[in-house]
Design a protein around this ligand. Structure first.
Ligand code: NAI
Length: 483
């Protein structure tokens, strides 16, 4: 089988060469098609960070093993890492955090073993990267959470738990505040959980999770989160087991999957042959298991564990009274330990591969639609506009637009109601929202709402609009704070 390999930037080539040398020594039956992605391609003027040939190769082979890649700072260029995950719909980011012998942490010293997996939704949320300046003072980032996208990631978490013998899956969220977005993520979690009665499903508010991961990490097995919350919690978990150098990452899609280290290009140590290849190696082991090479993965993992328990280490961790090994020496010590058993070997030995198959080129982009679609009705409009006037002055300008059953019901600033009631202590910025709703549950047409918006646009500087709808008679929008 052939896979695509992109060595990446900074320390990428050094750690990738180290990992592939271990794979070769362990007779991993893979061929590697090296592709160019990252800095060198930005430098050649490709704003996407990869050539059309690299894209074609990954789409044909279905597996990309990649080193870290630099995103040039400044405007106009998107992160190649995020672009790759999104372009190829690798919707689930799986990261495994496990205490390793020889990697001292507060928990290992206290005798508390850690073995937990984070499944992070990988392509939605704030990482949609849909951002606008609404005024010169106010920026907006749209956080999209979709029903099909949430269902995909929850299914992945439960399927993984079922195959690999996990007993509990926990959904972390902020649905107490973000009732529609995180609410949808949570609702779909319990919908999916119904198909897995043998697995305990529970949920926790994400800030509470942060505290409990630090105080009682052993209480969690698999935690599934939205994108940004998952990103932050993953790094917290990396800290629990010794840092980013020990955190592997798999970006899983139905067709294409990407395996990469969690850390970046470490430009401060590049070219010195001192980088720690463990994170990339562990990601590579997730890849081997993904494509069904279970035995080879177990052999290499045991060799790594043996190497660590012997106290071998690169400069970024381990017992400082023992000299640090270079990247190459560390890889060679793993090679020397191939076939040897550590005191604590591979713990979870699933013989069930993920069901990977080479992707068939889809005829067109797939449209995913949620089931149970309900009747939709337009019942109002939120107009976002720029102004430095106060709520009462704005109400005087907007009230004349309350006609034909449409009524101005509130004005808010940064989500807090400032008219018809509000507090004199609410500080405002130059960006308001006016909400118009149809009276007495009447409905209206989208066209009428847009005409009304265009009339308001002649009086106030509108920056964006949202249509208020009901789905199955239920309001599909949130209230303002204080409304
Ligand atoms: P970084 O992870 O590259 O470095 C942070 C610190 O950790 C540095 O002191 C570095 O020397 C150390 N470090 C990281 N990996 C190490 C390893 N394997 N062995 C020993 N020490 C290691 O994060 P930073 O500096 O924020 O980002 C540098 C570049 O990497 C940026 O261009 C960023 O965009 C990119 N990046 C790429 C990622 C990816 O490809 N998935 C992920 C994160 C950052």
């Amino acid at each position: 089988m052939k896979i695509a390999v992109a060595k990446g930037d900074g320390i990428g080539p050094e750690i990738m060469d180290a990992v592939l040398s271990i794979f070769n020594a362990a007779n991993v039956p893979l061929e590697y098609e090296t592709i160019e992605m990252g800095k060198s391609f930005y430098d050649k003027g490709f704003s996407t960070g990869m050539s059309p040939l690299a894209k074609e190769t990954v789409e044909e082979l279905g597996i990309l093993f990649k080193g870290p890649m630099e995103t040039p700072k400044g405007k106009g260029v998107k992160s190649i890492n995020v672009t790759a995950r999104k372009t190829w719909s690798t919707y689930a980011n799986r990261r495994h955090f496990r205490s390793l012998k020889g990697v001292d942490t507060v928990f290992s010293k206290a005798g508390i073993p850690i073995d937990l997996t984070i499944v992070r939704e990988n392509i939605e949320g704030t990482y949609g990267g849909i951002e606008h300046m609404l005024t010169q003072d106010v920026a907006l980032c749209r956080r999209l959470i979709s029903r099909p996208g949430s269902i995909q990631v929850h299914k992945f978490a439960f399927e993984m738990a079922k195959k690999e013998g996990f007993k509990k899956v926990t959904c972390a969220h902020k649905a107490n505040i973000m009732k529609l977005t995180d609410g949808l993520f949570l609702e779909t979690f319990y919908e999916v959980a119904k198909d897995y009665p043998e697995i305990i499903a529970d949920d926790i508010i994400v800030d509470d999770l942060a505290m409990k991961l630090v105080s009682r990490p052993q209480n969690y097995e698999v935690v599934v989160l939205t994108n940004l919350q998952g990103d932050i919690m993953s790094d917290l978990c990396a800290g629990l087991v010794g840092g980013l150098g020990f955190a592997p990452s798999a970006n899983i899609g139905d067709q294409i999957s990407i395996f990469e280290a969690v850390h970046g290009t470490a430009p401060d140590i590049m070219g010195k042959n001192i980088a720690n290849p463990t994170s990339l190696l562990l990601s590579g082991l997730m890849m081997l298991r993904h494509i069904g090479l279970m035995n080879q993965a177990d052999t290499i993992e045991n060799a790594l564990l043996r190497t660590l328990e012997l106290g071998n280490h690169t400069g970024d961790f381990g017992d400082k009274s023992k000299p640090s090994l270079s990247t190459t020496e560390f890889a060679n010590s793993i090679i020397a330990n191939l076939g040897k058993a550590p005191a604590e070997g591979v713990t979870r030995k699933s013989n069930v591969p993920s069901g990977f198959h080479l992707p068939e080129k889809p005829a067109q982009q797939r449209m995913m639609l949620g089931s149970n679609r309900q009747e939709e009705q337009v019942v109002g409009i939120d107009l976002f506009f720029q102004s430095s006037e106060n709520g009462n002055e704005l109400a005087n300008k907007l009230l004349p637009f309350s006609t034909n059953g449409l009524k101005l019901i509130m004005i808010s600033n940064r989500g807090t109601q400032v008219w018809p009631t509000g507090s004199i202590y609410t500080e405002c910025v130059d960006q308001y929202r006016a909400r118009f709703e149809m009276e007495n549950n009447q409905v209206t047409s989208l066209q009428e709402m847009l005409q009304m918006a265009s009339q308001v646009g002649a009086v106030l500087s509108i920056s964006s609009i949202e249509i208020l709808r009901t789905f199955g008679g239920k309001a599909a929008y949130s209230l303002a704070q204080g409304q």
